[in-house]
Design a protein around this ligand. Structure first.
Ligand code: AHR
Length: 312
């Protein structure tokens, strides 16, 4: 019962440890791996923090179970990066009603029963990609959009911001918006490039932009259009490397928010007030600043590796 849970919470709170449960919704994606890793590293800097990460691997039912597990274990704070804006509402609201602070990370839900949302402004991400294209020319240009394939807030908001800017411009034509990357349809569109020139392709993330680039390369048309992604990871398959390799023109650096999530969980546990919405900055990376970004991220990666070695 709620009373039993509340009594236990009092007992738990006498203990100086902070039990944080992180429910990671999506798996098999480098940006998600980076999020999990940064969270572990950040947690390891605080000896009082006990972090448990449960991964749902894209299965909503798993994520519901994982959050229920955190409720049963009476963790002090739950961090959730939700797969879906609706399906998780009941279990998140349940945890919240039991008094467990909820930090939503990166993706939103259709409920206001949570403590704080931490993430970048995805409408702004879409606008930044659109402004990058718009500022490149006054000539007539054609653009392809590869949207996310789900109903998540980043999928909806990135596309919204992108259209908000470009739909007003008479010289820019978004000739096709794909939902995800339907390979055959995309190939057919590339085949028609000879008649209908395409100038830019904006994809929901670097992963999709990279897959689209690979398909374009196989069709021999990869140099006929410019690729823009989102995430800007500093790995061998990340957006920074893609720019250095000349495959992408740009990517939008999209922070995981893992560090902020841990720091916020600690603040909440210590009864400090936190804003309901914590917006993380995003920035365009292109050939003009890619070297600076690479150097900065190399330093962060080195520091993380040092911390990891010290902890293990
Ligand atoms: O929800 C945000 C997106 O999810 C990131 O941009 C992405 O690449 C990840 O898997």
């Amino acid at each position: 019962s709620i009373l039993f849970w509340a009594c236990n919470q009092t007992i738990n709170n006498e203990d100086s440890s902070i039990k944080i449960g992180f429910s990671q919704g999506l798996g098999g994606h480098p940006w998600r791996t980076a999020m999990n890793y940064s969270m572990e590293i950040q947690a390891s800097l605080h000896s009082e923090v006990e972090l448990t990460i449960l991964k749902a691997d894209d299965v909503v039912e798993n994520q519901i179970k994982n959050i229920q597990t955190f409720i049963d274990k009476k963790v002090d704070v739950i961090i959730v990066s939700p797969i879906d804006p609706d399906a998780l509402v009941p279990v998140i609201e349940k945890a919240y009603s039991y008094g467990i602070p909820i930090i939503l990370l990166d993706r939103k839900i259709n409920s206001n029963k949570y403590t704080t949302y931490i993430g970048a402004d995805n409408i702004e991400v879409g606008r930044q990609a659109a402004q990058y294209i718009a500022s490149s020319t006054n000539k007539e240009i054609n653009v392809l959009e590869i949207k996310g394939d789900d109903n998540s807030s980043p999928t909806r908001e990135r596309s919204k911001g992108f259209h908000e800017v470009l739909d007003k411009l008479p010289n820019v034509h978004i000739i096709k918006s794909f939902k995800g990357l339907p390979v055959d349809d995309f190939k057919r569109t590339l085949d028609s490039l000879k008649e209908n020139k395409v100038d830019y392709l904006f994809a929901f993330n670097d992963d999709l932009a990279g897959k689209a680039w690979e398909i374009a390369r196989k069709s021999g048309v990869e140099n006929q259009l410019k690729f823009i992604g989102v995430d800007g990871l500093n790995s061998s398959v990340g957006g920074i490397q893609m720019i250095l390799d000349g495959k992408f023109s740009a990517t939008i650096l999209y922070p995981t928010g893992a560090v902020e999530a841990i720091e916020t969980a600690i603040k909440i546990h210590h009864k400090e007030t936190v804003a309901k919405r914590q917006v993380l900055g995003t920035t365009i990376i292109d050939r003009f600043n890619v070297d600076i970004m690479r150097n900065q991220f190399d330093k962060i990666d080195e520091q993380q590796a040092i911390i990891e070695n010290q902890v293990s």
